[in-house]
Design a protein around this ligand. Structure first.
Ligand code: CO
Length: 214
């Protein structure tokens, strides 16, 4: 059986099981969504947001890309953030990276001319390496360097979030969301908290918006 055929069969079985347990499960879910959390994670197939935190459909608004980045010029990520914060009014935004991230490891290598678009996307991670080059290069092994860059990337993405007008305006007007930086361990399935940034936290003045409409 092809992989896609198995998926369609699994879907039928899953939907049937849900309805058996709760006959109006899909009717209830189809009315509206009210997730409390936005998850920005890596596209890596081994870090499925809902599964690793045992969440159900409807609980997490999810955005995933290579190396869990929030880039200022990326309309995709920013649209997800704006919708989550301004419309769904999530209380928490979580950036969850993971150790042994292929994107992070690639960013520590030379560029690949056959993967120009991926190179460009990972350029931002290379910039994070350059920002913390001294700290990273002081580490012994390539493995340690990659692990630290995974962590620093998460912390920098949380900073990127705090530097958006979307988050700053919501902090000022609604005292939410809390920003979280997490890292997931592929080897033990556990999440480690790296940073928590509460609403109203100070950002460097050059990233601060001063002229929101009242
Ligand atoms: Co990854």
């Amino acid at each position: 059986m092809e992989h896609f055929e198995k998926m369609l069969l699994e879907n039928k079985a899953w939907a049937k099981e849900k309805v058996l347990r709760e006959p109006d499960y899909f009717q209830r879910l189809s009315v509206d969504q009210n997730p409390g959390v936005l998850w920005i994670g890596c596209s890596d197939s081994r870090v499925p947001a809902e599964i690793v935190v045992h969440a159900q459909p409807g609980e997490i608004f999810v955005h995933r890309n290579i190396a869990n980045q929030l880039i200022t010029t990326d309309f995709n990520g920013l649209s997800v953030l704006q919708y989550a914060v301004d419309v769904l009014r999530v209380r928490d935004v979580i950036v969850c990276g993971h150790y042994n991230c292929g994107g992070i490891r690639a960013a520590l290598q030379k560029q690949n001319a056959k993967l120009l678009l991926v190179n460009k996307w990972l350029k931002h991670v290379k910039d994070i390496y350059r920002l913390h080059e001294e700290e990273i290069e002081a580490l012994g092994s390539e493995e340690e360097k990659a692990r630290r860059l995974v962590e620093l990337n998460v912390i920098e993405q949380v900073r990127n979030l705090a530097h958006t007008s979307i988050v700053q305006q919501s902090w000022r007007q609604a005292r939410r969301p809390i920003l979280h930086g997490w890292v997931y361990g592929l080897e033990d399935g556990l999440i480690k908290q790296l940073t928590t940034v509460p609403p109203g936290s100070a950002v460097s003045p050059i990233y601060e918006y001063v002229d929101f409409p009242e």
